[in-house]
Design a protein around this ligand. Sequence first.
Ligand SMILES: [Zn+2]
Length: 166
Amino acid sequence: MDGFEDLLESNTAYAEGFDAGGVGPTPAKNLAILTCMDCRIDVFAVLGLDIGDAKVVRNAGAQLNSGALHDLVLASHLLDVNRILIMPHTRCAMASGDADALSARVSDVTGHHLREVTPRAIDDQQEKLLSDVERLVAHPDLHAGTRVSGAIYDVDSGRLIPIQRN
Ligand SMILES: [Zn+2]
């Protein structure tokens, strides 16, 4: 664990005050969230959640890729999830240019040329969110009755901006 000592030290302090033992694996708020891996999103704080309240899936851009879709569908069947919030955010790097631009930025910043990784860039963030919500809610394997919604989290104000097609 060379290079991770700070985390182990913090965990020691965390565990000393830990009082959530015995919380069950199904989310108390019947909620799953798909959000970005961005470090500015404190998911539980943003939504007023406690340990045990929600399942969280994260990736670059809060994108409904096949991995996220599989996890969320499974959660709707096995984990008592009956509402899913897809929550990308403002100033997301994945929505700041196309795949080529993101690859070029990697080269510019680090001098490394990506060989096997193609950034999953987002062209139009609102449109992507709307289409992801629609795709998930219409998915034939999603548990019947599962509600799906989308909102963009503003990393500068802390506010959620709900989104829906007019
Ligand atoms: Zn992001």
